[in-house]
Design a protein around this ligand. Structure first.
Ligand SMILES: [Ca+2]
Length: 473
């Protein structure tokens, strides 16, 4: 490996020397690409179009091409499961992640968490891959705590070889804060020998445009994997995001992509959400000709049966960023006398500081009084409910709606890196005899990282709330 690395360095030195002697302009195509440039192939590299793979999932998941993962890795999660794999009429693959506040219990995990929380979805290639260009066009799962990833993987237990190239989001676990402004590019040859690069994508352009990779748009992510010279060139939307020339894999492997829930919050944060999706437009693999690799049969087990593949398309899902806004699956357990705040599947239920009544007297989940005789949240005499939503950035636009009855307030606040002072706040006063629909539009101000919605009521008033939704436009 060092030999090849030195080879690259001496090539650069020779070019610099020659140009210095002749005073001629450096011919760009002879130099290695650099971070921030547009993606291009190294000189004298050709694609092997005959063995290329392109899948736009227009008719769902092709059984001849893909395994659907049904397995878990790491701990404290529910793994990746076939029930979380779907596709839409217009050929978009929908990979669902159920977070910490998932309350439906209509899917079951295959990891050590069984109740459906922390379950993701992944596809794994039945075909083997080696060097070449790997590309995915996707919308990332837009919340912290779920890792959206596109990776090659070959693990050999006997030798300890772990040949892996990863694109992972959100980034920021090295440079902080964890956010969708960053992407993580990592390559391994063993679990220990790896290079991980954490890139703020806006830094790739001199124009300093803000880039938030969870902005609801499709983005293209990929890497060119060379073994001669040993080099991986990672890119986002056609711009080179990172280059690695150490720990370059050379085993044949499988191509994976999906979303999953890492045990450590230090990696991609905490999954403080109910449900959200990753969407995949296409996956592309263009092998390179004449690049050496080790033939290898990557062991693989833990996948869906043929009858577990999705068979009918689903409509494009609408995801509310508010967890459990219908209150249907929520039940209040007995609240002890001196408890002042409880957390219930995304909702923080508390009371005003000067309220002397016990918490159980000022908050409740009530049957039959909500929208269409469903469950609803009841606050009275200083009862307070609030919920935080992460990964909300400058200029993101939302439609907020909810039903309310009674007297109280809703306050929507946008926060930056700390939750001490709001960047922008709006109060919606509620005073209704009947359950009434409230709707508001919001645009996140500059510096936003999160949003909080608070409901409160005052002494001798009560407020009933149901069907909250916050939809990103
Ligand atoms: Ca309800």
């Amino acid at each position: 490996m060092n030999k090849l690395k030195n080879g690259i360095l001496s090539t650069i030195l020779i070019l610099v020397t020659v140009s210095a002697c002749t005073n001629a302009p450096i011919e760009e195509e002879n130099l290695l690409p650099v971070v921030g440039e547009d993606l291009r192939l190294l000189d004298n590299i050709e694609f092997d179009y005959e063995h290329a793979v392109f899948d736009d999932f227009s008719s769902g998941v092709d059984k001849t091409r893909w395994y659907i993962g049904n397995q878990a890795w790491g701990g404290n999660n529910g793994g990746v499961i076939p029930a979380n794999v779907n596709y839409t009429d217009d050929g978009i693959l929908v990979l669902t992640g159920n977070g910490k506040y998932y309350s439906d219990h209509d899917v079951r995990g295959v990891g050590d968490v069984k109740d459906g929380r922390y379950t993701g979805a992944a596809l794994v290639s039945k075909f083997k891959v080696h060097t070449g260009r790997f590309e995915i066009k996707m919308k990332v799962l837009p919340r912290l705590g779920a890792c959206t990833a596109f990776w090659t993987y070959a693990n050999e237990a006997t030798s300890g070889a772990n040949h892996e190239i990863d694109i992972e989001l959100p980034g920021g676990n090295i440079d902080r804060p964890i956010s969708f402004e960053n992407v993580l590019n990592t390559n391994y040859i063993t679990e220990r020998f790896k290079q991980s690069q954490d890139i703020k994508v806006s830094s790739l352009s001199s124009e300093e445009n803000e880039v938030y990779l969870n902005d609801g748009e499709f983005h293209t992510f990929g890497f060119d994997w060379y073994t001669d010279p040993e080099l991986i060139i990672y890119y986002v939307d056609g711009k080179i995001s990172a280059i690695s020339d150490v720990f370059i894999p050379n085993y044949e492997c499988r191509l994976w992509f999906g979303c999953w829930f890492p045990v450590s919050s230090a990696f991609v944060g905490t999954a403080n959400f109910e449900k959200d999706n990753m969407y995949v437009d296409y996956v592309k693999y263009l092998p390179f000709k004449n690049q050496p690799y080790e033939t290898f049969e990557p062991p693989f087990s833990g996948y869906a049966l043929d009858n577990e593949y999705p068979t009918t398309p689903i409509p494009v899902p609408t995801i509310s960023k508010i967890s459990n806004g219908t209150f249907e699956n929520l039940t209040l357990q007995e609240i002890s006398e001196n408890t002042n705040e409880i957390e219930l599947y995304g909702w923080n239920l508390t009371k005003k500081i000067n309220e002397d009544q016990p918490l159980a007297s000022v908050i409740d989940i009530v049957d039959n009084e909500g929208y269409d005789h469903s469950k609803a949240l009841l606050l009275k005499d200083g009862g307070v409910a609030y919920q935080n939503i992460d990964s909300i950035y400058h200029n993101f636009q939302y439609d907020l709606s909810f039903y309310a009855k009674g007297k109280g307030r809703a306050i929507v606040s946008f926060y930056g890196k700390t939750n001490t002072e709001a960047l922008f706040s709006k109060t919606i006063n509620i005073n209704q005899d009947e359950l009434t629909l409230f709707s508001e539009e919001f645009i996140a101000p500059e510096g936003s990282q999160s949003l909080e919605i608070d409901f409160d009521t005052s002494k001798e008033n009560s407020l009933l709330i149901d069907n909250l939704s916050l939809i990103k436009k």
